[in-house]
Ligand binder design. Structure first.
Ligand SMILES: C[S@@+](CC[C@H](N)C(=O)[O-])C[C@H]1O[C@@H](n2cnc3c(N)ncnc32)[C@H](O)[C@@H]1O
Length: 338
């Protein structure tokens, strides 16, 4: 069996414009089983399950990073978004496109279905992964897939500190190192570090991640929750190249502060009627029309931050600010009326 052709065949479902969940689920099971077989390592072991605690947040253990593939819509939307970004860059008539993928996991899941679809001279890849156990498996996967002839640099390093060679600037930067509400993992510090070092032409995938304060409709059981049961009230964070560089500051000034604006949200009691929870909502624009909406994926599951008491007589005030630390998160203070 030609493994490269088999991967193209199996993963072609990600590129189908019509979303068929059953076919997508079958394809992703086969894709994962091929990867599990060729990696020749049981990931369900102590070393594979250990997260790594870093000063800017945690990096997932190998076993958990591999599981991300099963988040079907997430994986589909990222692969499609990355492919569209490549097509856009190819229109610029570049001799070679350079893709930097920060936080590959053991399988470089988001790029593997794409690599074999392009000629090896057309794209150069830099694959960054901080977890040494994950990195060892990644090296093995690359070798087993006979990718040595491709232009691939494998680097075991922390993407929040990684220095980009100024003579070798990436055209596309990919990272999916996030959880819902941008909590715990290092998506934001990774993007800030990399944004600081590239020109505005570099495409970031995801293109935009937004956090909103929102409300959940009352009386809906958790298992039956859908997108339509949530409303957005106010945007409290926008992580995108456009927003980071939009203030009247130089890029270095904006990024040097590495702090995000404090926001105050006031929700009048009238507006709270018919809702029973205050939530943080996450939305992701992977690239152009490839998006991940509320509740479409584990990355966009709303998080409840307050049960709303009945018969409130006055407004609720919420102060928020996103903070990067060993446990990054949207910090909030909720003031309920007496
Ligand atoms: C959520 S998993 C996603 C894996 C894969 N990219 C995918 O989408 O299926 C994130 C991966 O990024 C790695 N990672 C997290 N923080 C990192 C950092 N600062 N530098 C490099 N890799 C990092 C983790 O070790 C983990 O393998």
């Amino acid at each position: 069996m030609d493994i490269q052709k088999e991967i193209i065949r199996i993963t072609s479902e990600y590129f189908e414009d019509t979303l068929d969940f059953q076919k997508l689920s079958n394809a992703s099971k086969v894709f994962k089983s091929i990867l599990n077989t060729i990696c020749e390592q049981d990931l369900d072991v102590e070393e594979g399950k250990k997260d790594i605690a870093l000063s800017n947040g945690k990096a997932l253990g190998t076993f958990w990073a591999a599981l991300c593939l099963d988040d079907l819509l997430r994986t589909r939307q990222f692969i499609r978004g990355i492919n569209k970004a490549i097509e856009d860059k190819r229109k610029e008539d570049k001799k070679q496109i350079h893709i930097l993928y920060a936080g590959t996991g053991p399988f470089a899941t988001l790029i593997l279905p794409i690599i074999f679809r392009y000629l090896k001279e057309d794209i150069k890849y830099t694959l960054l992964e901080v977890n040494p156990f994950t990195f060892k498996i990644l090296q093995n996967i690359i070798s087993k897939l006979e990718l040595e002839d491709f232009d691939i640099d494998l680097i075991n390093s922390d993407a929040t500190k990684f220095k980009i060679d100024s003579k070798n600037q990436p055209d596309i930067i990919i990272s999916e190192t996030m959880q819902n509400a941008l909590a715990k993992e290092q998506q934001v510090p990774i993007f800030l570090n990399l944004m600081e070092q590239v020109t505005f032409d570099t495409i970031f995938i995801p293109e935009k991640i937004e956090l909103y304060l929102g409300l959940k409709k009352e009386g809906i059981a958790t298992e039956t929750l859908q997108k339509k049961h949530f409303i957005k009230v106010q945007k409290v964070l926008d992580v995108s190249k456009a927003s980071v560089f939009s203030q009247n500051q130089s890029k270095t000034e904006a990024l040097g502060q590495k702090s995000f604006s404090k926001m105050k949200t006031v929700i009048e009691s009238e507006k709270l009627k018919g809702f029973d929870q205050l939530v943080i909502i996450t939305e992701i624009q992977v690239y152009k029309d490839e998006k991940i909406g509320v509740n479409d994926s584990g990355l966009t599951t709303p998080i409840c931050i307050q049960n709303i008491p009945e018969h409130l007589k006055d407004s609720v005030i919420i102060d928020t600010q996103y903070q990067i630390s060993s446990e990054p998160k949207l910090e909030y203070k909720i003031t309920l009326p007496n």
